[in-house]
Design a protein around this ligand. Structure first.
Ligand code: AHG
Ligand code: MN
Ligand code: MN
Length: 338
């Protein structure tokens, strides 16, 4: 890999090679990266910038918003509304879609985001992130919420930015996964890893164990077997990590493998899961698949799910392929029981 390839140069060269990043999409990705840079600065300032703590508001999911949830949402909207590359945006923090105002030209893309993922970690100085997904606006009349209801396999770009010890932007346009580290002196994202791959096997799982008593049978079986370690059917010991920021957990899996699970559970049985399909599970699933991993809700590939609602939730199992396939098998065996 050549030294010091900026995100801009990477996008231009990628377009030259295979035409996968037309100029509107390139502008979009650069603007998202710029927004992430400014969110990263706000995160970095922390208490000095007055950005920590709760706001006095709830979002559409009924969750108390943190100040940074709102700041990150505003940064992404303000950065993206004027460039002419977007028709509309959707966010975890907004009930309705945000249509690009009439005073700006409308572009051909739709942008979805979780502006600040891992909100419970903001105030304790643990890694958090921004997740985004890009769809093409279907042809036709004025943009509407229905235009967003496309399966994950329709995504044209997806990624996240993790605000941790380093700020790293991770991106796919369907030709593998590339990572860019923010160089604060240069003020730009620099390519630091290409052709990211998730090992097919792993000895590390990520799940919130405090929910164990609420899990379904296949999840219990899988984790029970991991916990038995070398003495059990798996014949090897497993390690556990749970950061409670999906971005940070997925970043670890893209870096060294593992399996991440946030399954359906009995606490709120009417909800299919905790995580949101359109702006959490879909973009992460595409990145993981592009890196050679797999992603399922236990019964179906996540990116094949036809969404019915913008904010719908989904059960998630993703990461190292052989582990995801094993869990899928456990779900099938459980469903086949009389
Ligand atoms: P968000 O902060 O955007 O609401 O997302 C938090 C999500 C996800 O990032 C993380 O994996 C999970 O919630 C943590 O949930 P628990 O607190 O139940 O462990
Ligand atoms: Mn989130
Ligand atoms: Mn969030």
């Amino acid at each position: 890999m050549a030294n010091n390839i900026s995100l801009t140069r990477y996008l231009v060269e990628q377009q030259r090679v295979d035409g996968s990043i037309p100029s509107q999409l390139r502008l979009l990705l650069e603007v998202v990266a710029r927004a992430c840079k400014s969110i990263s600065h706000a995160v970095n300032k922390g208490a000095l910038g007055g950005v920590l703590g709760a706001a006095q508001t709830e979002n559409v999911q009924g969750e108390i918003q943190k100040k940074l949830d709102i700041i990150a949402n505003e940064v992404l909207i303000e950065a993206n509304e004027w460039g002419g590359h977007l028709a509309a945006m959707a966010s975890e923090e907004m009930e309705d879609i945000y249509v690009v105002p009439n005073r700006y030209p409308q572009g051909e893309y739709l942008l979805l985001f979780d502006p600040l993922d891992g909100s419970s970690n903001i105030d304790v100085n643990v890694s958090i992130g921004t997740i985004f997904s890009v769809l093409r606006k279907p042809d036709g009349a004025a943009v509407s919420e229905a235009d967003f209801l496309q399966s994950g396999s329709q995504q044209v770009a997806a990624g996240y930015c993790v605000y941790g010890p380093q700020t790293t932007l991770v991106l796919t346009v369907g030709r593998g996964v590339a990572m860019f580290t923010l160089d604060r002196e240069q003020g730009s994202f620099v390519l630091t890893q290409e052709h990211v791959t998730v090992p097919e096997d792993t000895q590390e799982f990520a799940i919130n164990m405090s929910n164990m008593r609420h899990w379904d049978a296949p999840t219990r079986r899988y984790i029970d077997e991991c916990l038995l370690g070398a003495e059990g059917v798996r014949g090897k010991n497993f390690n556990m990590r749970w950061i409670a920021s999906m971005v940070a957990d997925v970043h670890r899996i893209l870096t060294r493998g593992g399996v991440f699970m946030y399954p359906w559970d009995k606490r709120e049985p009417h909800k299919p899961g905790k995580l949101r399909l359109m702006y959490e599970a879909n973009p992460m699933s595409w990145l993981i698949e592009q890196a050679g991993g797999a992603s399922t809700n236990g019964h179906q590939r996540i990116m094949d799910i036809a969404p019915a609602q913008l904010h719908q939730r989904v059960s998630v199992v993703l990461g190292s392929k052989n582990e995801v396939e094993r869990l899928t098998r456990y779900y099938a065996e459980d469903a086949a029981q009389p």
